[in-house]
Design a protein around this ligand. Sequence first.
Ligand code: CIZ
Ligand code: SF4
Length: 300
Amino acid sequence: MTSVSERLLELKKKRNAIILAHNYQLPEVQDVADQVGDSLGLSRLAAKTEAEVILFCGVHFMAETAAILAPDKKVLLPDLNAGCPMANMVTPRQLREWRTAHPGAYVITYVNSSAAVKALSDICCTSANAVAVVQQAPEGRELLFVPDRNLGFYASQKSGRPLSLWNGFCPTHERMLPEMAVAAREKHPGAILLAHPECRPGLLAHADAVASTTGILDYCLQSNAKEFIIASEIGMLHPLRRENPDKVFYPLTEVADCPNMKLNTLEKILWALEDMEPEVTVPPDIARQAFQPIKRMLEL
Ligand code: CIZ
Ligand code: SF4
């Protein structure tokens, strides 16, 4: 009997599909992927690949971004219920109302948002480029930042630019508390503490460095240190350990486990390839409008 991963790899070839997995996916899902990375890096790969089908193992907004950047390809998400609670914290209607209440404001939208929200934005940012995006925002205009209040607060602090923050957050990163950093430092003195900017400001204050998932991976690859405490979603531990077999990684806490990211399983990937669904599509007018703020970010 062949295993699920053998069957899905066979079917992947037959379907001319590429499997892209986010850094937060289950280890076994990352292990069957053609590429593992952050949402934007994966969407860029989706846009350039020769494959006809993109099986995106991540959450819904990531598959939407891939569909926007690769409009001629079929994008599958193994479980359509894999949404991002933070992305759902701002609806297009709410953003339209916020804009109306702040005429002339410039809207900066974190990629963790729906395509419909991106379509109402001036520019997008990721956790890797938020500071740069805020720094280059036009002078003399109010800057609105959606949906992540923590990333927005961090980018505002780093850039010195005042931002009006939407009150969204990542429930998984929000679970990490400053006292956990104090405890982890006591337990692992000498370890480097790296935190994702979706964490609370009080926790970021304890970090040696604040970085996106790709930033954390790069930092650990280049560092001479041997021990790291990771304040990000625990899926990150898998690529970190795989890339750095000589280094030791401790999660700040095991509770930073995003249940949405973990909805994609090997069985569901196999079913998605068998049935060629669930497919994620973006209506053409929204895709066209959402492409503009993404393009502005990519041009930076
Ligand atoms: O953009 C991404 O992939 C997310 C959600 C986080 C990150 O830091 O890469
Ligand atoms: Fe959304 Fe947070 Fe899960 Fe990422 S880790 S998908 S931001 S809920």
